[in-house]
Design a protein around this ligand. Structure first.
Ligand code: FES
Length: 139
């Protein structure tokens, strides 16, 4: 009985060639994937507040709450860090509350007081001025 073994010398070449093709396609598409995933940095948005704050010392806008406690001014984002609902300010507790899942944030720092949110609120830089615009908030 004669056994014929079939060794295909081209089989290993074919595997090597397809592997090299795979590597070449990765090298070609890598710049494209990098370009698609690239985030262009957002330009800062300067919001001018042309009126003095009410006596309560805070102003609620669509995107942030501006606090002015004498020498200290700060603005906190109203976007909940859990899923993005608009926060409400509770003056009696001095916290920002989320109506969606009841997360609570400290109004002075933006830190999470109660979850499910885990990240603190975004703190926007505020420039306080003596004439109009009295406040410039950078968002
Ligand atoms: S969106 Fe605010 S707690 Fe869920």
């Amino acid at each position: 009985m004669i056994q014929v073994s079939q060794s295909n010398p081209n089989g290993s070449n074919r595997k090597r060639r397809s592997f090299l093709l795979y590597l070449a396609s990765l090298a070609l598409f890598y710049p494209v994937v990098r370009f698609v995933g690239y985030n262009i940095p957002r330009k800062p948005n300067y919001i001018k507040i042309t009126s003095q704050l009410p006596l309560a010392g805070y102003l609620i806008t669509r995107d942030f709450i501006l606090f002015d406690k004498g020498d200290l001014c700060w603005a906190l984002s109203r976007k909940c860090t859990h899923l993005g609902c608009k926060l409400h300010y509770s003056e009696t507790d001095d916290i920002l509350e989320c109506p969606c899942h009841q997360s609570k944030f400290h109004a002075s720092t933006g830190d999470v007081v109660k979850g499910p949110a885990k990240k603190p609120l975004i703190l926007f830089p505020v420039e306080k001025r003596k004439s109009s615009p009295f406040y410039i908030v950078t968002t």
